[in-house]
Structure formats: structure tokens, C-alpha cells
Design a protein around this ligand. Structure first.
Ligand SMILES: C[S@@+](CC[C@H](N)C(=O)[O-])C[C@H]1O[C@@H](n2cnc3c(N)ncnc32)[C@H](O)[C@@H]1O
Length: 299
């Protein structure tokens, strides 16, 4: 009886993992399935994250002209390119159009992804051994990129992905930030001065809090930056916290409405935290923001 229940559970999990039309060969190569075609328990967490993210991305792709058939998507900090491969397999493969670009600094991962794409005949996938920052100026990428994704791209690679999306005038950016160290380091440097200036500095007096608030503040500033550049931003949880501690999902949709209030709030926040020096490089604002409007409170 117990054995039957276990077998049924395994079958249900497998059915959940393999979508109609999906390449079994891909799932095996990504070690999502074992060689025998069973679900690899170690990959379940990653798979859940990637599928969950795919649901959001698929919806956005379908909103593009031609329901996304000719869309270009760049995945930054691609790693083993789980996300890019799953998007291609479940969305672009059947459409016969569109292109996925994977950007990754680790040459061996890029080589592996290239070989896998060739083996599977996924010929509208390219993998580029570039940093995210370099990719914004690379001639190996097209002028137009519709969707930018960055799943746990390390530290400031998420900021570079945002800069890339802004440079490419991307329609959508889907970001799940990773650990963040840059801002915390700046907060640490000016901590003594901040503590003498404002009781707010208690929020980052202890090293653990410096790291946490650095990370939180970075994401808040990223959202304001996107709004200032004409994107509508939503922030949610990717999957339950039991699956990952780095779980914040930022989805930005280009509306073209540059919020002057967001630019103003960004500057004010940087000043409050003694981080003005980061503004020109990390949080560059558009030159001519539109007229100020009140800061909206999210519902
Ligand atoms: C935590 S892994 C995430 C990989 C993948 N997105 C995933 O979720 O499975 C981060 C990846 O980003 C790459 N990376 C880090 N900084 C980068 C940068 N500046 N440009 C391109 N890739 C970067 C790392 O080599 C690593 O493979």
C-alpha cells in the first residue's frame, strides 16, 4: 500500500515536471530527469523556481506583437541556462521564430550550453561569453531586445541587466536579484557619520542589518530607477520562502511614462542614506523627466 502511494506520488511529480511537447532529452541533459526518466529530487527546487518564472514570462511574451513569435529575449547571468532552455523549449520552439540569448561570464558554461543547443537543434539560441555590462555594447546582440531576464545574476549583474534593458529599450524586464554587496559596502563606510546624523542609521548599525538593508534598499532604488525611466513596476515573491531566500521578483513593463516623482524619490533616498556618490554611475536618471506628480502608494 505504502509502495503504491509512493509510486503514485512520484508519477504525479513527474507529470508536473514534464509539460506537453517538452523535450525529454533536454530535461535529462539539465539533470532535471535522471537517465531512467525519473524526476531528479535534487533539481526539484530549481525546476519549481524556473517553471514559476516561466509562467510570468510566457504571459509577457504573449503580449508582444505577433504573440511573441518574433521576440528577442536576453537572459543575463545565465549559468547553465536552465531558464533560457526552458523558455525556448516551451515557448519559442513551436513558434518557429524568436531568439534567446544567454549571457554568461563562465566560459565552460557557455560552451556547454552551445553544445546542448546544437545537440537539441535549438538553433535560435545563442550563448555569449560576455559580462552583462559588455553585452550592452556587443555587436553579437541585436539592437532590439524585447525581454530581459536575470535570475539570481550575482550582485551588481542585476544592475547591469537593468542598464542593458534601458539601453535596448526592452519592453519587459523580469528580475530576481541575487545577493547584493555594493550598497552595503557604501553604507558600512559612512556608518559612523550616519549614526551621528540620524537615528535612522540604527537600521544598519549591526553588520547583519547593514547587509539586509543594503539588499532591500538596492531593490527599492532599482524599482525607482525603472519607474523614472518609464517602466511600470510590480514586486512580488517568486515562490515560497522555503524554496529560496533570494525570492524577490521584479517585473518591469515599459509604458514610456517617466515618473519624475520616482527620480526625485531616488535622489532623496540616496541622500538620506549618504549614497549620493552612487547616483551617476549606478542609478543614472533620464535627462528630462516629465513634470512632477504625487508619489503613489501601492494598494
Ligand atoms: C547564481 S548563478 C544563477 C544562474 C542562473 N541564472 C540560474 O538561476 O540558474 C549566477 C550566474 O551569473 C554569472 N555572472 C555573475 N556575474 C556576471 C556578470 N557580471 N555577467 C555575466 N554573468 C555573470 C555567474 O557566473 C553565474 O553563472
Amino acid at each position: 500500500m505504502k509502495a503504491t502511494a509512493k509510486a503514485l506520488k512520484a508519477e504525479a511529480e513527474l507529470a508536473d515536471a514534464v509539460r506537453p511537447g517538452q523535450s525529454i532529452e533536454l530535461l535529462k541533459e539539465l539533470h532535471i530527469l535522471t537517465r531512467e526518466g525519473r524526476l531528479n529530487q535534487d533539481s526539484r527546487r530549481k525546476l519549481k523556481q524556473v517553471y514559476h518564472l516561466f509562467q510570468f514570462i510566457e504571459k509577457l511574451l504573449r503580449e508582444l506583437p505577433g504573440e511573441g513569435a518574433g521576440a528577442t529575449l536576453a537572459d543575463h547571468g545565465a549559468g547553465k541556462s536552465y531558464l533560457g532552455f526552458i523558455i525556448y523549449d516551451l515557448f519559442f520552439k513551436a513558434l518557429g521564430g524568436g531568439h534567446v540569448y544567454g549571457i554568461e561570464t563562465r566560459a565552460e558554461l557557455v560552451a556547454r550550453s552551445k553544445a546542448l543547443a546544437k545537440q537539441l537543434g535549438f538553433d535560435r539560441m545563442s550563448f555569449l561569453n560576455l559580462s552583462v555590462a559588455e553585452s550592452a555594447h556587443s555587436t553579437e546582440l541585436p539592437e532590439r531586445i524585447d525581454v530581459v531576464t536575470a535570475l539570481h545574476a550575482c550582485d551588481t549583474a542585476t544592475d547591469d541587466a537593468i542598464a542593458f534593458g534601458l539601453a535596448k529599450n526592452a519592453r519587459y524586464m523580469v528580475l530576481v536579484p541575487c545577493c547584493q554587496a555594493e550598497l552595503a559596502a557604501s553604507l558600512r563606510e559612512s556608518k559612523a557619520l550616519a549614526l551621528s546624523r540620524t537615528p535612522l542609521a540604527e537600521l544598519w548599525r549591526h553588520p547583519l542589518h547593514t547587509r539586509e538593508i543594503g539588499s532591500q534598499l538596492t531593490n527599492v532604488l532599482r524599482c525607482l530607477l525603472l519607474e523614472a525611466h518609464g517602466y511600470q513596476v510590480t514586486v512580488t515573491e517568486l515562490v515560497g520562502w522555503e524554496h529560496s531566500m533570494k525570492n524577490e521578483l521584479i517585473i518591469a513593463k515599459r509604458t514610456g511614462h517617466r515618473k519624475a516623482s520616482a527620480a526625485q524619490r531616488l535622489r532623496e533616498l540616496l541622500a538620506q542614506f549618504g549614497l549620493d556618490a552612487l547616483q551617476p554611475t549606478r542609478f543614472p536618471l533620464p535627462e528630462a523627466p516629465q513634470s512632477p506628480e504625487p508619489v503613489a502608494t501601492p494598494a
